[in-house]
Ligand binder design. Sequence first.
Ligand code: NDP
Ligand code: MG
Length: 383
Amino acid sequence: MKYIYILGACGSIGTQTLDVIDQYPEEYKVIGLSVGSDLILSKKIIEKYKPEIVCFRKEEHIFSISYAPKVVYGDEGLLEIARYQRYENEWLVNALVGVAGLMPTVEAIRNGKNIALANKETLVVAGDIIKEYVRKYKVTLLPIDSEHSAILQCLRRESDREIEKLYITASGGSFRNFTREELNGVTVEDALRHPNWSMGPKITIDSATMMNKGFEVIEAHYLFDIPYENIEAIYHPESMVHSCVEFKDGSIKAQLGVSDMRIPISYALAYPQHRALAVKHVSFKACTLHFDDLSMERYPCLSYAFLAAKKGGLYLAVLNASNEAAVHLFLQGRIPFLKIEQIIYEEICSEVYERSYTPSLEERISVGKSVFAKIIKEYGEIL
Ligand code: NDP
Ligand code: MG
């Protein structure tokens, strides 16, 4: 039996995790959940799984529950779930959005929980520190992201020293058939219509700007210890090949599957087993796959991610915070789509974030907060 905690249980990854758990009720027991602003869904989920600890998004969201779990709320509540410890084989599925997911991951590791990580911002901002904690506290961290799950599967029983390169595939996002000129004037509704995946709003925008792929390169660097120059993002519009590993002898292993996040979720929860799952399977009938280079001119956010990674230190926290602020403003209709990349570029080119030492978690979070606040103040009124 695995004892499961889910942060962000009402979201896209959260609900799909519950769907996987439903398929193996004898294997998984839900012990803790953090729910969201959708109170009807929150109630349904709490009453169905009856977790021992529940975290509400805000104090005013707390409603009466038919039994008596421990009830917590807000950022501190997320940390209380991360600290709650009752069983041996505990796993925390982190499906929060943004840097809000970072400290709960850290706290869960410190408390001996294994991590199934969807919250990619955790690794973008603090991949180096997280890796160190995973080693120190002897826990397992597995990715819930189709690309990293694919690489993990390709690397089973392979030796790291034989890896030549990682290829991370990208669908191209909502505007893949648009020229840069055509991006002027696109709407939030257009941007939220991803051609291949149904995901939460923030990652859907990150996919349209290609920042999501930039984040995934950074995640792959930390998860698999591969230098940035050996990681390449490639265009693959069908989203059937989820990523590939090239070995030194020229052999390439790829992992394929339909675009359904329940597959990587199930792999993380059942690792290393490929347990039976009620999802569609690939049909090769009349199937054509395409691959191409991803142009950094067409998708500058990808090059900004590489630039921030090269600068290191605080720049990854700044990359993430400026992206979170810009995407937030775009989703609110307060800035146009192309302003997102401009805002990020201004921040990562600034010299004020240069440091001669490795910044602590606290400094990264604090600088990220001030970058976020500054951008909201500066650009909030412009359209
Ligand atoms: P969603 O927006 O669908 O869901 C996120 C959930 O977490 C919501 O219920 C939300 O509540 C809650 N939440 C967000 N921020 C906070 C916070 N600060 N405190 C408490 N609760 C919070 O997101 P996704 O499921 O799409 O994404 C989750 C993470 O997984 C992201 O990091 C994303 O990049 C990553 N990911 C997602 C994939 C996907 O297919 N969706 C694929 C690969 C990675 P509320 O409703 O109130 O906002
Ligand atoms: Mg992905």
